[in-house]
Every structure is written in C-alpha cells, then in structure tokens.
Ligand binder design. Sequence first.
Ligand code: 0O2
Length: 265
Amino acid sequence: MRRSGYGGSTEAISDGRCLIECTMSDKYRIVLAEEDFSPEECVFIRQLAGYDENCPSPGAELRRCLNDYLVFQNDYICAAKRIRTELEILELDYRIRYDHRIIRAIDGRTKSVKSICTKLQEKQKPLTLASASENLTDIAGIRVICPYISDIYEIENRLLAQDSISLIRRSDYICHPKPSGYRSLHLIVGTTLHSAGKTSRIPVEIQLRTVAMDSWAGLEHKLKYKNPLGVSDDVSTELSECAAVIAQTDERMQRIYNSLFGKEK
Ligand code: 0O2
C-alpha cells in the first residue's frame, strides 16, 4: 500500500480494499479504508455509486464508488457549514447588539449512508446518488435551539434575508403541531455552491426549537418516534399532553420576557 502526501493521490491495495485522501482542508482530510465503513454501509455505498461488478479492477472500482460518495457528501458538509456560519454570525450580532443570546446551541449532522438508503427505499426512489440529491432534502441537517419562541421567527427572518440562502420549503410545527405533540419550525433552505465548474443549490434542513421543545423532542424521539416496537395509545396521549404543558410554559415565558424587555429588536 502506498500513500502520497497531502496532494491527495490514492492507491488501491491488492485485496480490493482501498484508501482515499480528501484534499479539502485539514479538517476534512479524510483517510478512508473500507473497514472504516461497516460491511453494510459498503454495500449501500456501492449501490448508490453504481458499483460495476464486471469491472476488471475491483479495488479501483470501489475507490471510484467511495470517491463519488465523498464528493457527493462533501457538498452537503459545505452547505451546512455555510448555514452554520451564518447562524454563528447572527448569534454574535445579537449578543453584542442586544445583550441577548438568541441561540443556545447549534447541532448538525449529515445523514448516514444507511439512512439515505432507507429513506430512498421508503420513498420508493432509485438507490443512486443522483436520486438522493433529487429526492432528499435532509441529507444536511442543522438544529438550532433558542430561548424564546420569538427568537425562532427572528432567526428565520434574518437567515432568509441573506442573498446566499433561499427558502425551498417551510413547515411550521409550532403553529401547527404534529399529532404526536412535536413542535419545531422546519426550514428547508438552499445555498448555492460552485465546485468543479458547476453550480448547484444544496438543500439543508434547519430545525428551530426552544430549549423546552427540544427537551421534549429528544425524549420522545427515543421513547416513541424511533421506537420500532411502538407505544400504547395511553403513552402517546401522555406524551402529547406533556408537549402541550411545555408549549404553555414556553408561551408564558415569552409573555414574561415581552413584559420585561418589550420589543427591542
Ligand atoms: P431523524 O432521525 O430525527 O433524522 P422528509 O423527512 O422531509 O422526507 P417530512 O414529513 O417533510 O419528510 O419531514 P418532517 O416530518 O417535516 O421532519 C422530519 C424530521 O422532523 C424527523 O427526521 C425528526 O427529526 C423530526 N420529527 C418529525 N416528527 C417528529 C415527532 O413526532 N417526534 C420527534 N421527536 N421528531 C420528529 P427523521 O429523518 O424522520 O428522523
């Protein structure tokens, strides 16, 4: 096995495994060998990138698949990074200008290759990278946690005022909670990337919630939303009632905040 320096050349090894170096920056310098992915993930990557079983050079073909996948994924990493930076700038501006911490936390993830495939299968869409780009809008996801409900809409307005960010879809689960009791503002925004001579608008899902909504969603996610065994109607009702109590508390806290600080911004 031979590895070049930081220039990013790659070398397949004889038993069909391979190593890839990405050359973006130190942070994104990724060295991947097949064993970095579970065997299951490797199957998904091969499927998504259209692995050619008849290719006379399996190592090189796997390397191509991994490389195609990493190039695909990198667009989403970059798009999320840009949105995150805008959010951090906004947070700083509010802290300095108004002495208000409009954002308590920002969390982010890119969807795993397994989740991408599962979602495509659920939507009965082809398992290809092109299909993932076309049919999924949450490959890059950012969660923003705010103190007050009004902060959520303030952030929305400020973000969408940016030339580099456009709204693709908006779901207001605060005004219209899900039957489960789930509350958040979901924005699918697009941001334009220019790379390798082409321009593309990459979607990023932003979930904006209060601290209280987030604590409920975090617990319910495990208890019910992602529980493969499901829960009884009684538990569902109780969870939904908890969400309603939390929503009332958020509204009361908002009223207290407004009464003390008014509309300064
Ligand atoms: P995960 O593991 O959290 O990422 P789409 O996902 O865009 O194809 P849709 O219906 O537009 O479909 O998405 P939706 O319902 O607007 O938002 C999906 C995400 O919101 C979910 O992602 C969850 O993160 C969150 N969410 C939606 N409903 C609930 C709920 O009842 N409880 C909790 N805790 N979270 C919820 P994923 O990919 O489904 O899951």
